[in-house]
Design a protein around this ligand. Structure first.
Ligand code: FDA
Length: 307
């Protein structure tokens, strides 16, 4: 019940101002956001590498309103990639990007987002890594998939995300489960209408398993983005049945969520990639994490009261 209300608040400027200024916010934000600057996140990448984990790095930000902000987003990723290169961390870290941060919603946004993301994908490829295009709300996805297809012509390792809550996703998965593709499957984190998405958790979970089966039986590289213990064991079974070796798929989880499970799966020999978000524009990302688990909201409210 609370989830949709929090997701609605994630798009409100008034709430953004309130939450950002609230006492105790930082303490809760720090659980999910690995610092504000490249300098903050580099030790997190090094620590993950020392533990046998890989990362995908997200410079937080979305729904920007000017072309200058879109260019700044591109430059922030280029700066990050430069630092990873200097430190020889290119093979441990890939990038996750939200096209809305690259200008997708502005006038001429499809072309603008493509023009801004291309240099990031090029720079990532130059240090031996890849970029994955996050999935945002359903109205943005046709553009995201078209940009993904375009980028894959020159950079076939460019990944994309699909969301099991959307009715369209089984078809998308069939199209994407082709040789060389890298596809992250998640349940979906946005507020979507009943005309396009399942609203019920059991249906979203069942769809996740159906879609995962398509990816596992296909010829691409599935990236299993979930913390759900039931789905994780089903994924292991589907991988076994599809005859996939441990390096022919990977698990992905979010920084700050079920960290013990990151280590357990890595210790079993699985590839485990931690989606590590950092930066100052954390509001939308943070609110989606609150919406996913009502207990997080209680913790947040308690930290405001006790501050
Ligand atoms: P579910 O919500 O059923 O949670 C299973 C268990 O995980 C919970 O019982 C709890 O223990 C734990 N858990 C889950 N979320 C938690 C939280 N916020 N705080 C504390 N515990 C939590 N979405 C999207 O729309 N577009 C995208 O591009 C991405 N990208 C992405 C990358 C990666 C690597 C992950 C793991 C997830 C995403 N997501 C996403 C988010 C995704 O859609 C989904 O909202 C969350 O992963 C929560 O769903 P679960 O599959 O974990 O299951």
């Amino acid at each position: 019940m609370l989830g949709p209300v929090i997701l609605a608040a994630s798009r409100s400027d008034k709430m953004r101002r309130f939450v950002s200024a609230a006492p105790g916010t930082k303490q809760v934000v720090d659980r999910f956001i690995a610092g504000e600057t490249v300098g903050d996140v580099i030790p997190v990448v090094q620590d993950a590498a020392a533990k046998g984990l890989e990362v995908t790095l997200d410079v937080v930000g979305e729904d920007i309103t000017t072309r200058e902000q879109a260019a700044a987003a591109r430059d922030a990723y280029l700066e990050l990639i430069d630092r990873l290169k200097d430190l020889g961390l290119g093979t441990r870290a890939e990038m996750s990007v939200k096209l809305s941060m690259f200008g997708q919603a502005l006038e001429g946004g499809h072309e603008l987002a493509l023009a801004n993301v291309r240099p990031v994908v090029e720079a990532a490829a130059a240090i031996g890594t890849t970029v994955t295009l996050d999935a945002e709300d359903h109205t943005t996805l046709d553009s995201m998939f078209a940009i993904h297809e375009e980028l894959r012509r020159d950079f076939p390792g460019t990944g994309c995300v699909i969301q099991s809550y959307l009715f369209r996703t089984e078809d998308d998965a069939r199209r994407l489960a082709a040789s060389g593709s890298r596809v992250r499957l998640v349940k979906g984190a946005y507020k979507e209408p009943a005309s396009v998405a399942f609203q019920n958790k059991a249906e979203i979970d069942k769809a996740y398993v159906r879609i995962l089966k398509i990816l596992m039986e296909g010829e691409g590289y599935p990236m299993i983005g979930t913390h759900d213990p039931r789905i994780i064991s089903i994924a292991q079974e589907l991988a076994r049945r599809a005859g996939r070796k441990l390096d022919e798929y990977e698990f992905q989880m979010l920084y700050g969520i079920r960290s013990d499970e990151h280590l357990r799966l890595a210790a079993e020999g699985h590839r485990m990639r931690v989606y590590t978000a950092f930066g100052t524009d954390w509001y939308g990302y943070f609110m989606r994490r609150l919406a996913e688990k009502p207990a997080n909201l209680l913790f947040f409210v308690r930290s405001m009261i006790t501050k």
